[in-house]
Design a protein around this ligand. Sequence first.
Ligand code: ADP
Ligand code: MG
Ligand code: MG
Length: 213
Amino acid sequence: MMYNKEFFKNFIVRLIPMFEEHRDYLSKLDSDIGDGDHGINMSIGFREVQKQLDKLYEETEDISSFYRKVGMIILGKVGGAAGPLYGSLFMKAGDDVKGKNELTFEELVGFIENGIKSIEMRGKAVVGDKTMVDALRPAIDQMKEELGSGKGDLEIFESFVNELKEGSDKTIPLVAKKGRAMRLGERAIGFRDPGSFSSYLIYKEMLDEMKSL
Ligand code: ADP
Ligand code: MG
Ligand code: MG
């Protein structure tokens, strides 16, 4: 399977209603251990992406520069901690595939990992800190291992998404070492990290787009 620029656009088109649908739930998670705005932040950002998406798609020549521009909107519009982190997830994803208009599955996995690496570099969180990295890092590591296993793209990506959900579940019993929830100390125990759940939701939409091909 090859993944073309239109695939990457359609994935983003899916994120817009997804963040509307989950806005209140993500903000509720954030109100348990943060300031209650994570869902609002994401929905504001993706509403702006929606406004500009067709223009950005037309005016960019490859997947890399298209996502760089999408990431810049997210960076500019989504406030808080998640804005710069998710902004860089999109901005940096295409660094190794400049000039390309379609990616192999292996390149797609590298694309996703580049984005995750830039979140790690910016936020300096590691697995166990009760952030989105708890979902993203173990899931991408597992997906890289599965490359070349002979399994199909869809099967591999399905387990990636399952791992994201499991990584998010694992944030529940943790004390936070990064982000706002850090200030709560042990009072954060028993609550899910909101960013880990939005990360899961994002790639669930990519899975659904893959299924529709
Ligand atoms: P804010 O906390 O500024 O209100 P959001 O509520 O939009 O921003 O996002 C909070 C989420 O950001 C957290 O649930 C966590 O997953 C993520 N986060 C916060 N700090 C970091 C960090 N240093 N590294 C990775 N993720 C982080
Ligand atoms: Mg918040
Ligand atoms: Mg905030």
